[in-house]
Design a binder for this molecule. Structure first.
Ligand code: NAD
Length: 265
C-alpha cells in the first residue's frame, strides 16, 4: 500500500472532505490523525476507521490558534515518532456582501483558513525537514481561489492565499524533500454545501456553472489528496489541482435538466 508506515494528520477531519481524506489515506495504508474542533465527531470517525485506535486516532485542534497547531504536531510526533503527510483541510466561510464585511468577519475566516494553513504547513515542514525521507503537505484550496463570489469575501481571499502559500513553501522546501501541493474543489456535496437541498434556485445556479452536470463527491477530492501525498507524485510540487467538474474554463453557463440529480450524503 502506498502510504504504509506513513503518519498523516488531516485537519477538519470530523466530516465532509476532511473525513474522506482521512478515510482514503487510511485505506492506502497510513496511520491517520483526525483533527478537528469537534472532538466528539472526530473520535467517532476515528473509531469507525479503526476501533483498536492503533492506526486512526482523533486529536482536538483549533487551527485558528497557532499554539494549538504546534501542539498537535508535537503530540503526533511524540505518539507516532514522525509525520509524513499533512493535509491542511479545515475551512470556514461567511456570507456578507463585500461592502458590508466587518473586520471581525474578516479576521475570523482568515484566522482559520489562511493562518491555519500557513502555520499548519510551517509546523509540519519543520518536522519533515528533520526527517531523512522528507514529507508531503496538501492544502485545501477551492475554485474560489480563481473565481469570484462577491459575498464570500474572506473565503475567496483565503483560498487565493492558500495557492500562493502552497507555491511559496513548495519552492522554499524543494531541496529538503518536502513537497507542497493543493487541491481546489468546485462544489462538493458535504454538510457545508448540503444547504442546496433546501434551495433549488441555488442548486440550479451551481449546476449551470458545472459542465459535468452534477456536484462532486468528497471521495473525488480525497483520491487526489492521497495521490499528491504519495510517491506517485514525487516530481509534483507547488501545484493546485482543480476538481471542479469542468467549471474553471466555462464561459457563460450550461443548460440544466428540469429534473435535478438527487443530493444525498
Ligand atoms: N464542500 C465544498 O463544496 C468545498 C468546495 C471547495 C473547497 N472546500 C474546502 O474543503 C474544506 C472542507 O470543506 P467541507 O465542505 O468538508 O466542510 P465541512 O463544514 O463539512 O467540514 C469542515 C470541518 O472543519 C472543522 N473545522 C471548522 N473550523 C475549524 C477549526 N478552526 N479548526 C479545526 N477544525 C475546524 C469542522 O468542525 C468540520 O468538521 C474546506 O477548506 C473548504 O473550504 C469545500
Amino acid at each position: 500500500m502506498k502510504h504504509e508506515n506513513k503518519v498523516a494528520i488531516v485537519t477538519g477531519a470530523a466530516q465532509g472532505i476532511g473525513k474522506a481524506c482521512a478515510e482514503r489515506l487510511f485505506a492506502d495504508g497510513a496511520i491517520v490523525v483526525l483533527s478537528d474542533i469537534n472532538q466528539e465527531q472526530a473520535e467517532a470517525a476515528a473509531m469507525d476507521l479503526d476501533p483498536s485506535g492503533k492506526r486512526a486516532v482523533a486529536i482536538r485542534c483549533d487551527v485558528g490558534i497557532r499554539t494549538e497547531i504546534k501542539k498537535l504536531v508535537e503530540d503526533v510526533v511524540a505518539r507516532f515518532g514522525r509525520l509524513d503527510i499533512m493535509v491542511n483541510n479545515a475551512g470556514i466561510t461567511c456570507t456578507t456582501p463585500a461592502i458590508d464585511l466587518t473586520e471581525e468577519e474578516l479576521d475570523r475566516v482568515l484566522n482559520v483558513n489562511l493562518k491555519g494553513c500557513y502555520f499548519g504547513t510551517q509546523e509540519a515542514a519543520r518536522v519533515m525537514i528533520g526527517q531523512r525521507q522528507g514529507g508531503s503537505i496538501v492544502n485545501m484550496s477551492s475554485a474560489q481561489a480563481e473565481l469570484v463570489i462577491p459575498d464570500r469575501v474572506p473565503y475567496g481571499i483565503s483560498k487565493a492565499a492558500i495557492n500562493q502559500i502552497t507555491r511559496i513553501f513548495a519552492i522554499a522546501l524543494a531541496r529538503q524533500n518536502v513537497r507542497v501541493n493543493a487541491v481546489g474543489p468546485g462544489t462538493i456535496l458535504t454538510p457545508l454545501s448540503l444547504g442546496m437541498n433546501k434551495n433549488e434556485a441555488a442548486y440550479r445556479r451551481v449546476l449551470s456553472r458545472t459542465p459535468m452536470g452534477r456536484v462532486g463527491r468528497a471521495d473525488e477530492v480525497s483520491g487526489i489528496v492521497s495521490f499528491l501525498a504519495s510517491d506517485d507524485a514525487s516530481y509534483v510540487t507547488g501545484q493546485t489541482v482543480y476538481a471542479d467538474g469542468g467549471r474553471a474554463y466555462l464561459n457563460y453557463t450550461v443548460p440544466v435538466d428540469d429534473e435535478l440529480p438527487e443530493l444525498k450524503l
